[in-house]
Design a binder for this molecule. Structure first.
Ligand code: DX5
Ligand code: ZN
Length: 220
């Protein structure tokens, strides 16, 4: 059994040594690269944009999981496809016509993800769950790495899992924010499929070994 995925978040990498950190992830047990794009409007922070993403995708061999924390994401769907994104997640709270946005992401050749803030009830996704490849469930308020995990997330995972099963959907549940070796096992037991980890990986003494540990904890 090796179906639980680890997605290190590049937001916590050393941007002056980005190639080194990308190669570390390439040679690690990580499954995906999680890439946080922030616009300073949807969230109170700006991360990085297209030129940096282009540099990252050029060097990585793993699945590119892009998490857009931007208003009106429809404007950039084709751009992110051209830059090499494999999965594109938009925020529920940033989309007026979510169904249309999901169709556009798939039409551009990517897997379609929906990210939800901690206050957003998972039941709001029920009527589009068949169209969602990935739910990126925020377990912190989006905008910054290094925040502490919100405990209410476990309950939300169970509720979302039930909606997915009831609708015969194959949606993956990704948990984003405050993931550590202390909560990883409980998260997958609750129903999580993918764990994003930023600070816990990159602030550790040996990031590659830390990724391996997370992979082992979640797949034992
Ligand atoms: C938060 C981002 C997360 C963040 C996770 O807005 O969406 O992906 O990088 O970082 P940690 O693991 O440090 O909470
Ligand atoms: Zn993220």
């Amino acid at each position: 059994k090796n179906d639980k995925l680890i997605a290190p978040s590049i937001l916590a990498a050393d941007f002056a040594n980005l190639q080194r950190d990308i190669e570390m992830i390439n040679s690690s047990d990580a499954d995906w690269f999680h890439i946080d794009i922030m616009d300073g409007v949807f969230v109170p922070n700006i991360s990085f944009g297209m030129p940096v993403l282009k540099a990252i995708t050029k060097h990585t061999k793993k699945t590119i999981d892009v998490h857009l924390m931007i208003v009106d994401p429809d404007r950039f769907i084709d751009t992110f496809a051209a830059l090499g994104a494999n999965i594109l997640s938009v925020h529920y709270e940033a989309c007026t016509h979510l169904h249309r946005t999901l169709q556009a992401i798939k039409g551009a050749g990517m897997k379609a993800g929906v990210a939800i803030n901690p206050h957003t009830n998972v039941a709001l996704l029920e009527d589009v769950i068949q169209d969602i490849d990935l739910v990126c469930m925020m377990s912190v308020n989006p905008g910054f790495g290094g925040q502490s995990f919100i405990e209410n997330t476990y309950k939300k995972i169970a509720q979302l899992k039930e909606i997915i099963l009831n609708n015969n959907a194959s949606t993956l549940i990704e948990i984003d924010g405050g993931v550590t070796d202390q909560n990883a096992e409980k998260l997958v037991k609750a129903g999580a499929d993918v764990l994003v980890a930023g600070s816990f990986v990159f602030k550790s003494d040996d990031p590659k070994t830390t990724i391996k540990q997370l992979k082992e904890i979640t797949n034992k």
